[in-house]
Design a protein around this ligand. Sequence first.
Ligand code: PEP
Ligand code: MG
Length: 565
Amino acid sequence: MKIINGLPVSKGIAIGHSHLLTKPSLRIASTQISAHQVSEELKNFEQILKEIVSDMDELIEKYTYTKDDKEILYTHKMIVQDPEFIKNIHFMIKEELLSLETAISKHFIEVTELFRNMNNNFYAQRAIDYEDVGIRFLNKLNGKNDEPSVIPVDSIIVASEIIPSQLTILFKQKISGICTEKGTFTSHSSIIARAFGIPAVVAVPSLLDLANNPVEIIIDGTSGKIIIEPDEETLKYYRGLYENELQEKKELKKIENLEAVTRDGKRIKLYNNIEIPDEIELISGLKNDGIGLFRTEFIYLDRRDLPSEEEQFVIYRRILEKMHPRPVTIRTIDMGGDKLSHVIYTAKEANPYLGCRGIRLALEQPHIFKTQLRAILRAAKFGTAKIMFPMISSVEELHKAKKHLKEAMLELEKENVDYCKEIEVGIMIEVPSAVIISDHLAQNCDFFSIGTNDLVQYTLAVDRNSEMVNKYYDSLHPAILRMIKIAADNAAKFNIPISICGEMASEPMYTQLLLGLGVNELSINPNALAVIKKKIIDTDLKTTEIRVDRLLELSCSRDIKTNLI
Ligand code: PEP
Ligand code: MG
């Protein structure tokens, strides 16, 4: 039995078997073989080729995802059976004396790069197909299998890190826990683990050395403990904790249906955040006031082509209809940073979080932005939609984004397409400049929502995804309290609502602080609904405001933390 400590990011106990998820990569060391190994490598190639074709046939037969995904598998099969590919591998083994693994990775790297350099959507798609097939070969050679459909039910995912594009596929599976070597509380994989209520621990040192084979493993998402190959006594203890947790969840369910009203009678609006469209099935049945943040960029992540206007229209309409009459705040595409899509081109940047991200990217690629705006405007006829722009840092930027919205409306008008003519437009407050000019911004939009995940990152100059500087990522820094206060005061002055949709809103220890700072709505992850409601019900707003005013006078976050209510 081994115990390691990491950073707990999603509460709960999970007990199961580890499943190693490797980060796909085509790059391997270049290995030469000697002439007498050639025939054996060729034989291996023939064998592996046969196995891959048969795996693909089986997958095609069993596939339950969309028709488009099935088409992709046919394309992959064609790549594998391409005579040019087979000839090239034979040549590299026989003439260049490369090992099979090296030959395969070399072939796929070359083809992938060739397509990628063509800088065109169609060829980029081909590049992804070739990369996928290459990785499939290398995994097969190394005896790994990361096909999502073969991750055993209730596995505990063990990985170096999980990138957002892997997430949407992963969460279609029934997994019971996640632990990774990298990651922080606000990385998007942690946010989604919390949304799905899956226990998760990140930043676990040496995890892959200790759990690189399937082993029994316990995750304690509350304390951050990872227990590998637990003994009987430990297992028994954690099984007990797990049972208690189920009981507690049942109790909390009762609170979930109460009204979020403070002791002195103020009704606080509580919305939910949504990332993956299918989450709507869970969220629509909860007693919330609507959706306060729909992170639409996840629609663009695990795919091979841009989602069309029609496809997006169907997604937004479904969500709006399910939530009706409750409002849904649709945040326009917030790509960049750690959320990178295969289908949207961005130049490689040294500091992607300070680069072409969020609204900047949307304004740089207006065809993508406009398609989304048209889809939202059309879908808005079927419910109460609001539009929210991410990463706004200046009034000019907001005007530009609104101009695109106006243009989308005019286009639809001209084409005689039905759309919603009255739609509220709000912005995320997540860059310090937006806070400082929040008086100007408030006069140009209908609502604010503070993205504390990024606001903390940009105010304190701390990469939200870096475990190296995690100790500097401090949500209770006096500067953060002041930032929230300034934005809330300006929202009140110009009479627009202000919510918080960053992770701070889902943490009960911050609820009273946020309310006391003047925030009147919270958008939280669905799993936190009951605990946050409980906290609101226990709050007396008048005394909370007085106590928060005192916190605002403190100069150190340590003091703020000890005096937190
Ligand atoms: C935030 O920054 O707080 C936020 C809600 O946006 P995201 O986490 O998607 O960047
Ligand atoms: Mg953000």
